[in-house]
Write a protein that binds this ligand. Sequence first.
Ligand SMILES: [Zn+2]
Length: 270
Amino acid sequence: MKLQKIGLIGGTGMGDMLGWGNAIVTKKTARTPYGVVDYSVFPHTSPPIVMVSRHENSGEYLLPHKLNWQAYMYVLGNKLENVDLILTTSAVGTPYKEVGGFEQGDLIVPSDIIDYVQDSYTFARKGFSDSLAFHRPSTDLLCPHLRQALDNPEDCNPPHLILANSIKGPRFETPAEMKVRLADGVDVVGMTTAFPEAVLAGELGIPYAVLCGVTNIAPAEHNGMEVTEAMKVMLPKMKVCILQAIDWLVENEHPDDCPCRKGREESVFC
Ligand SMILES: [Zn+2]
């Protein structure tokens, strides 16, 4: 099916992405069963883009552990904006200081996630739950087709990289925690941002992928300012990457039989 509308979620330091060139933007506010969300629609881009600033959509800056995932993901879902797919960005750390590997400034497109936080991320709530609809697989939560678009469209076998839903925040990992992550094969660590969204995108039946920007070596020995500064440097190339991915996705439709659809064909709100 032709791509009709794209959802974008801007992460830490990506607020400038909301200035999407000279495109006309419509500011909207939605009241959802999960809270109120401010967001932007670019109706004349091709295809139209719906953009949510992950940390700044509620009138105040929300730290990672306070994010209103359900509210802004509901906005992107089939009851409101009905986007066809969701691309997002996230600031991450990497444990590779001593073993060689990723460096600050690298862009990473993870293919799987280890969840160390073990919270529940779901649209299920009192009066809205179903014994079958909410038990969904966790395979290919990060869509391979969108990963290919974000990583390298010429390469249909992007590397297998693991993101950790590592820390609820707002703090960075301890040295011992990072040793565990490294031993577990984790490539990059992040707070509770992309993983909750990926799970909820699965409940919405929307393909989802995340472009991670490596902002620091973990365990971090600095505060959040360094992450913000590192993200500012990366912002232009992240934006180019997202735009190229969108162009590729317009030409290369998301396949109906994509592995990310298995068990997640329909939104729980259908
Ligand atoms: Zn897919």
